[in-house]
Write a protein that binds this ligand. Structure first.
Ligand SMILES: [Fe+2]
Length: 328
């Protein structure tokens, strides 16, 4: 059994296997995710499929040529579906059984079970085909060795520098929600129906939860913002280490894409981050060094204040170093 999988009677979830966008400008959105560091698996006029290093995918479907099983949530960014990976066909059956008690489900020819979440976004489930999330899958060992006080791990070996990012996996998605009622709807779906685990709460204004007890601090978060609307906010890609957050972000910004916020460091989850505006909808995030939780974690109730969200952040990115003197 995979060490990241939930044990017990409930379905064992592994992580996010795909996010699907409905887009109009396929060329622009291809360039965006190509610069972001994803590998193009398939590209035609109807659909573009990108792959992270571990295998989870970003899928762009052309809204002018493709039919979707469910109408789009409106208004808001055109994210159409988040697909979750489960440990086995048996687990997929358990999820399908549980979902069908409260909502319509469909099965597509690739074996994915589809439903709609409380906010109108598609939510899919299929058997995980990739390695364990927390493994050192395809890692460059130099990226993991650090020289801290009392722990010199990298001897006579320079540290790694990244010319660009190559995201390893999809870590989490975040939705803005309109308030306490929307949060309750989300809890009924993600906690009661899918049996995700609570990681932390912002009282009745937000929830961070993970799809398995042993998982990143959050695989999905539902957060009330000042906009008091319910819509997709961002998808986050894990990169190998903090150096890939910075090196990848510098490269991406140099290709003309706009920083939303970052780099910075979250307080909740502890991860280093860099967010960019996404022409396909919402934002994307590079992150690294998130808290990883297991069954011993005690959920906290945190104040929904800026200082509990992040310790520090820059708002216009950082630039490649060109010398100690500021350019005239
Ligand atoms: Fe995030």
């Amino acid at each position: 059994m995979n060490s990241n999988a939930r044990r017990g009677a409930n379905a064992r979830f592994i992580g996010i296997d795909a996010v699907v966008y409905g887009v109009e400008d396929m060329d622009l959105c291809h360039r965006f995710f190509d610069d972001w560091g994803l590998r193009t698996l398939k590209r035609d006029n109807d659909e573009i499929v990108f792959e992270t290093r571990q295998g989870p995918q970003v899928i762009l479907r052309n809204v002018t040529t493709q039919a979707f099983p469910f109408p789009p949530p409106a208004p808001g960014p055109p994210l159409r579906e988040v697909v979750w990976g489960v440990a086995s066909e048996h687990d997929l059956g358990l999820v399908g059984e549980q979902l069908s008690k409260s909502r319509k489900t469909t099965l597509s020819s690739d074996g994915t079970v589809h439903a709609v979440d409380p906010y109108g976004y598609g939510v899919g489930f299929r058997v995980w085909r990739h390695g364990p999330v927390a493994s050192t899958h395809n890692m460059d060992p130099a990226s993991t060795r650090t020289n801290f006080v009392g722990a010199r791990q990298r001897i006579s070996e320079p540290a790694i520098h990244y010319a660009r990012a190559e995201p390893t996996r999809i870590g989490h998605v975040v939705f803005e929600i309109s308030g306490p009622e929307a949060l309750r709807e989300g809890e009924q779906f993600y906690l009661d129906c899918l049996n995700f685990s609570v990681s932390d709460r912002y009282g009745d204004r937000g929830l961070f939860c993970r799809c398995a007890e042993e998982s990143d601090h959050h695989n999905i978060a539902l957060l009330t913002t000042r906009h008091q609307r319910t819509q997709f906010e961002h998808v986050a890609f894990e990169v190998r280490d903090v150096h890939e957050v910075f090196g990848g972000g510098v490269h991406f910004a140099e290709h003309g894409w706009d920083t939303a916020v970052g780099p910075g460091r979250h307080k909740v989850s502890s991860a280093y981050f860099w967010y960019f505006a996404n022409p396909c909808g919402g934002q994307v995030e590079y992150f690294s060094d998130t808290d990883f939780l297991d069954a011993t974690w005690k959920p906290r109730t945190l104040p929904p204040t800026p200082d509990s969200i992040a310790e520090w952040a820059l708002f216009e990115g950082v630039k490649r170093f060109k010398g100690f003197r500021k350019a005239e």
